[in-house]
Design a protein around this ligand. Structure first.
Ligand code: PEP
Ligand code: MG
Length: 765
């Protein structure tokens, strides 16, 4: 096959597979298309049934149809097993002569001589094997090998989407009722929840509209008819308006759209789906998807480009349907919120008490929404890339956010088991309550200051209740996210005053506005190709001195009479940025004192250590600032070059990485050499396993989410500093994050602290 043809064929196959409504149909499409494109006698796909350790024949072109679903090989059997074991291509001219060839009479296989098997890999795991065979003895060419490898790599996501980890039901025939499925994601905020799914999706986003049963079919038909009529009128008006400015050919699209809206065209198809029981919005999504996919597969480039037009038409209909009904379900008790991505702003607007858990397909453990969810104590699993959101409306679910697992339609024994675990959890929480009034003092008499990270008022309330000795990080962007515009100076002053006064006589470290990257304001979106390295934190605020100054002025005014304000600067990279801030601060301080006619205590100023350059310039910064605070969430991202929001690389992001631990240990020494206090306010301060290492390094304070304070305090009260130092010395010598983690876990388990080790409660099902 010529390269361009290969590409074209690949594209077509991938699109057809993506458009298939079920895994079984997708696999059928795959084998038939591959057999045709490669001109081979047989193409088959075997998927791994992890439970039984067998490769099951799921689809075939060329072998006996009855073999599908009935033929399987153990993972150590046959050539298929060999491909899986080696995780590489096996290409044989004469397969029956190979020692691993296994004769399977049910398939009629003996007549095929040449064999090529390619593993279907997803996230380093073999999910199945694709096989092509020919009667004739021949070595498949290198081009054929690379075609199949590319195809399998592209299709593995689609297969994974349906063939989810541990899902046994995929090996049954389709249509066997609601399936029990399990999915793996990334553990975000700890905890366990049982409840029902509510899908959260952005308005006017056709692709994320869920499937849902219509409550009243005739009502759905009526609202569809109204929406179609409204779109017709809209298009006619647009057409009339454009008469003078567009040529008639350019306006032709409007008449195409209008014809598509004729009663016998799209509306008839959508109505038919509604009559089958689908609600109007879901029916529109399905029909538009069907047509868009059909266009996408056309060979003709012009027709292919019509995909965006048909989608546009769908969005117009949807917009009208959603003015009647946003489609969002009520958030009642035990709601499990699911969505592709849920923003911090959307989350904090919800009736929090009713949210039992959050599950998203995007995101990673330290994304901003997760940090807020953690503060709110909501179990959260993110990066569940394969979760079929559309079909989960109102589905019964269990979320195990310790292990990052999500169970859909769980069987009864699993529900019972998790209910028991939840009871144990409640007992652990009760036990932790005794630590609310204790100080964090090690058994050998060393005290550690534990501060709280805040953003919402609830963090302040919980922080006070759990005995925080101050606020180590107030994320000032959170109140900004809750508004529809930048808050004014007086509005900000009132918010900051609340934070400062609840911790009167204790230090409150307020970070200046840290937006950009994953922290978007609903009214000021920063859309950048490489946003983690872009216009964020201090880089943004220094470019907007009017926003920066109004924040500084509000903080200064809020601190009058309390004198506990500390200012922290995010994303500092260079000394000159601090110099600029100090200049603005002096100017604002003088102006506010003049206006208010009071003397205001100059706040201490510190910088966040997030950008690795700072690690090499502590001496330079020590001349300018009063304290340092490590933002380990970002520092890890930049030191390990791993996006903190990308689930694909979540396993690379580890706060046990030797480079992180060694860098932090050295940093503490440097800060102390220049007599500057250093705190840490990233998520690793709130993990008891790393908190004790940080304590041993000599951090002056650990600042964490209120939901972690009691656990960390319990660890400190039970682990002597001498043991913590031994553990740190061992950790600094190890070269592998997993070994460090298990070494510390082992210590916790053998010292009566096993309940703090997340993997201590693996539930096997
Ligand atoms: C950090 O980067 O560690 C930090 C505390 O800041 P944020 O998580 O808000 O980026
Ligand atoms: Mg940060």
């Amino acid at each position: 096959m010529a390269n361009t043809m290969q590409l074209e064929t690949l594209r077509r196959i991938v699109q057809e597979v993506d458009a298939s409504p079920s895994l079984h149909e997708a696999l059928d499409v795959m084998v038939n298309q591959v057999a045709e494109a490669m001109n081979v006698d047989v193409c088959s796909i075997y998927l791994l049934d992890e439970r039984n350790h067998r490769y099951v024949l799921m689809a075939t072109h060329g072998l006996k149809a009855e073999a599908v679903g009935n033929v399987s090989l153990s993972t150590s059997e046959g050539l298929v097993g060999l491909v899986g074991q080696r995780e590489e291509i096996v290409n044989l001219e004469n397969a029956p002569q190979h020692e691993r060839f296994l004769y399977l009479p049910e398939t009629g296989e003996e007549i095929y001589n040449s064999f090529m098997g390619v593993p279907v890999m997803y996230r380093r795991k073999v999910m199945g094997v694709m096989v092509i065979q020919n009667k004739e003895s021949q070595d498949f060419s290198e081009a054929a090998e690379s075609f199949l490898v590319t195809l399998c790599a592209q299709l593995s996501g689609a297969i994974a989407h349906a063939h989810v980890v541990g899902n046994i039901d995929v090996f049954r025939k389709p249509n066997s009722g609601p399936n029990y499925q399990t999915f793996l994601g990334v553990a975000g905020a700890d905890g366990i929840a049982l409840g029902r799914a509510v899908i959260l999706y952005p308005a006017a986003d056709l692709s994320s509209v869920p499937d849902r049963e219509a409550e009243d079919i005739s009502e759905e038909l009526d609202i569809l008819a109204e929406a179609i009529e409204a779109v017709r009128e809209e298009l006619q008006q647009l057409d009339a308006k454009m008469q003078d400015s567009l040529m008639s050919e350019e306006r032709a699209l409007f008449s195409v759209f209008l014809r598509m809206l004729d009663d016998h065209a799209l509306p008839a198809e959508i109505n038919a789906l509604i009559r089958e029981g689908q609600w109007a919005q879901g029916a529109v999504r399905r029909i538009i998807d069907k047509h868009a996919n059909a266009f996408a597969q056309m060979e003709d480039g012009y027709l292919r480009e019509r995909v965006s037009d048909i989608k546009d038409l769908g969005r117009r209909i949807l917009a009208h349907l959603q003015t009647e009904d946003t489609g969002h379900k009520e958030i009642t008790e035990d709601t499990i919120l699911i969505g592709e991505e849920i923003s911090t702003a959307a989350l904090v607007e919800m009736p929090i008490a009713n949210i039992a858990a959050i599950v998203t397909t995007e995101g990673a453990a330290n994304s901003h929404m997760v940090i807020v969810a953690r503060a709110l104590g909501i179990p959260t699993v993110v990066g569940v890339t394969e979760l079929p959101i559309h079909s989960l409306d109102d589905a019964e679910m269990i979320v195990d956010a310790y292990q990052g697992r999500v169970f859909i339609h769980p069987p009864r024994r699993l529900r019972t088991r998790y209910k028991e675990i939840k009871k144990d959890e409640d007992l652990i929480a009760k036990d932790l309550k005794q630590y609310e009034t204790k100080d964090a003092i090690t058994p050998d008499g060393e005290e550690m200051k534990l501060f709280v990270n805040t953003g919402l008022m609830i963090d302040v309330v919980r922080g006070v209740q759990r005995g925080a000795k101050g606020v180590g990080l107030y994320r000032s962007e959170i109140p900004f996210m809750l508004r529809e515009r930048f808050p004014g100076e007086e509005e900000q002053r009132a918010i900051y005053r609340q934070q400062l006064s609840h911790f009167a006589n204790k230090p409150v470290v307020m970070r200046t506005l840290d937006i950009g990257a994953d922290k978007d304001l609903p009214y000021f979106s920063i859309d950048e190709e490489n946003s983690a390295l872009g216009w964020r934190g201090i880089r943004f605020t220094l470019d907007h001195p009017e926003i920066f100054s109004s924040q500084i002025r509000a903080m200064l005014k809020a601190s009058i009479g309390l004198n506990n304000l500390h200012i922290l600067l995010p994303m500092i990279t260079s000394v000159s940025e601090v110099e600029e801030v100090l200049y603005l601060l002096e100017r604002d301080l003088a102006a506010v004192q003049e206006e208010e006619q009071v003397k205001i205590t100059r706040p201490k100023v510190g910088i966040m250590i997030e950008v690795p350059s700072i690690l090499l310039q502590i001496e330079d910064f020590a001349d300018l600032v009063d304290f340092f605070s490590v933002g380990s969430n970002d520092l890890i991202q930049y030191l390990l070059a791993v996006d903190r929001n990308n689930p694909r690389v979540a396993s690379v992001y580890s706060h046990f990485h030797p480079a992180i631990l060694r860098a932090l240990a050295k940093l503490v020494q440097d800060c102390h050499k220049f007599e500057k206090p250093v705190s840490i306010c990233g998520e690793m301060a709130g993990d008891p396993l790393t908190a004790i290492l940080l304590m041993a390094m000599g951090f002056n304070t650990l600042s964490m989410s209120s939901s972690n304070i009691l656990r960390v305090r319990k660890a400190i009260c039970n682990i002597p500093m001498s043991d913590a130092k031994d553990l740190l010395n061992q950790a600094l010598k190890l070269n592998n994050p997993l070994m460090t983690k298990s070494m510390i876990e082992q210590y916790f388990r053998t010292h009566g602290l096993g309940d703090m080790v997340k993997s201590g409660r693996v539930v096997t099902v």
